[in-house]
Design a protein around this ligand. Structure first.
Ligand code: IYR
Length: 227
């Protein structure tokens, strides 16, 4: 064994019958198909422990060289949520008015989004996901060494997928929000220089009477190709 190799252990694995595989695949598919991006949240609190489990699930995602280049910041403090809303709305107001192309605005028009971001203050929790562009390793002699991270965006994208799936399974609604530009998030949340905001996920229960656009997903035959 090379001295820099991890010790290897037997894979822990339970074989599932084909019937159970099919049943579970179908059940999971159906429950995930009911997921919608929600913009109208109720302020009702999230049961204790659910966010922790969902984030632990996300943090178990595969990542480049197992570097786990992510940080999940959970914001529940009303004053901090208000501050985030104010900063996000200032950026979005500028984006919708001046920075986004006509083509981009046209692509979004059917969804009815605009610069108002009430989800920041309505949702009981906001999860801000940061990517660690590089790692920071403390040196024995003091100071730190920058560690190169690989496939950061792919890794964090997969982790966010796990997170959304976990929250959906726990009966919670989310929005995948990418305010643009996102620099204010690192500042307001006091995160270090090696972290860059990747996405903002308001989490909670939908407001009574919440509405969503009547959109669907492409049929399987359009997205599944066999060779
Ligand atoms: N960040 C903006 C714009 C926006 C962009 C895409 I692509 C969307 O799918 C939705 C919104 C906003 O949050 O409004």
């Amino acid at each position: 064994m090379a001295s820099n190799e991890y010790p290897f252990v037997p894979l822990r694995w339970t074989r599932m019958s084909p019937a159970e595989s099919l049943e579970r695949a179908k059940t999971f598919r159906e429950s995930m198909a009911s997921r919608r991006s929600v913009r109208d949240f109720s302020p009702e609190p999230i049961p204790d422990g659910v966010l922790e489990d969902a984030i632990a699930c996300a943090a178990g995602a595969p990542s480049g060289a197992n570097q786990q280049p992510w940080t999940f910041v959970v914001v529940t403090d009303p004053a901090l949520k208000a501050k985030l809303r104010e900063a996000a709305e200032a950026e979005e107001r500028e984006s919708y008015a001046r920075r986004m192309s006509e083509e981009w605005l046209e692509a979004l028009a059917p969804l009815g989004t605009d610069w108002h971001k009430p989800h920041f203050t309505d949702a009981p929790a906001i999860i801000v996901v940061f990517e660690q562009v590089y790692g920071v390793k403390p040196l024995p002699e003091g100071g730190v060494k920058k560690v190169k991270h690989y496939y950061v965006q792919e890794s964090v994208g997969i982790a966010v997928g796990f997170l959304i799936a976990a929250l959906t399974q726990a009966g919670l609604a989310t929005l995948t929000h990418t305010p643009s530009p996102m620099g204010f998030l690192r500042e307001v949340l006091g995160r270090p220089e090696n972290e860059r905001a990747f996405a903002v996920l308001p989490v909670g229960y939908p407001a009574p009477g919440a509405r969503v656009p009547d959109i669907g997903k492409k049929p399987l035959h359009e997205v599944l190709v066999r060779r």
